[in-house]
Design a protein around this ligand. Structure first.
Ligand SMILES: CC(C)(COP(=O)(O)OP(=O)(O)OC[C@H]1O[C@@H](n2cnc3c(N)ncnc32)[C@H](O)[C@@H]1OP(=O)(O)O)[C@@H](O)C(=O)NCCC(=O)NCCS
Length: 168
């Protein structure tokens, strides 16, 4: 039997192409039928391999989860951007390739992202998810998040509610 190694690590510029692919597949899977098609396509197209290579080089905190040598997902983390919330850290994005969802990798990446924010001395953490993204809401509630605030994000004149989950 082969053993698949699961590794969670900081992204390297050479991961950019794979992360762009994960981003495309995960965003299509999660947001088709929620975010209007034109906006979703342009949001995806903006984030090609060059965009990701730049983000990684500019020291943005991008983590990847690699299983058996394949990049299955990524997370981006940093300081909380919402002034009205007192939590200091934020997971901006957490996405897995559709075929790697539901097997525990999201939980592992989430835990690693949270630990890394703590290691940077940031107390408490926020994650925003679109209210229509039921899987994400179930996932963050299951991970012990408290939904504490709501906001609105407008895409092509379509207003979508978003929910903030927090951890202390
Ligand atoms: C949301 C996401 C990160 C979760 O990661 P995952 O690896 O699929 O989840 P896990 O296998 O670690 O499951 C963790 C828990 O969430 C629940 N969960 C996961 N996917 C679910 C789904 N599709 N529907 C309902 N619950 C789900 C599981 O039941 C599990 O609970 P348990 O531990 O009590 O069994 C991942 O599915 C994903 O990338 N989805 C698409 C993109 C997305 O929506 N990202 C979040 C944007 S804010």
């Amino acid at each position: 039997m082969n053993t698949l190694t699961i590794d969670i690590r900081k992204a390297e510029p050479s991961d950019a192409r794979d992360i762009a692919e994960v981003h495309l597949e995960a965003w299509r899977g999660a947001y088709s039928g929620i975010i209007p098609h034109k906006t979703l396509t342009s949001m995806i197209n903006r984030r090609g391999a060059d965009w990701w290579a730049n983000a990684i080089r500019r020291a943005a905190s991008v983590l990847v989860v690699e299983i058996g040598g394949t990049i299955a997902g990524y997370a981006t983390i940093g300081r909380n951007r919402a002034r009205e919330l007192r939590q200091q850290g934020e997971i901006y994005e957490l996405y897995l390739r559709p075929e790697y969802q539901g097997i525990g990798l999201g939980s592992r990446l989430f835990a690693a992202a949270r630990q890394r924010l703590k290691d940077h001395g940031l107390k408490g953490m926020v994650v925003w998810a679109l209210e229509d993204n039921e899987n994400a809401l179930a996932f963050y509630a299951g991970a012990g998040g408290r939904d504490i605030a709501e906001g609105v994000e407008v895409f092509e004149q379509k207003a979508l509610k978003k929910v903030a989950f927090v951890w202390e």
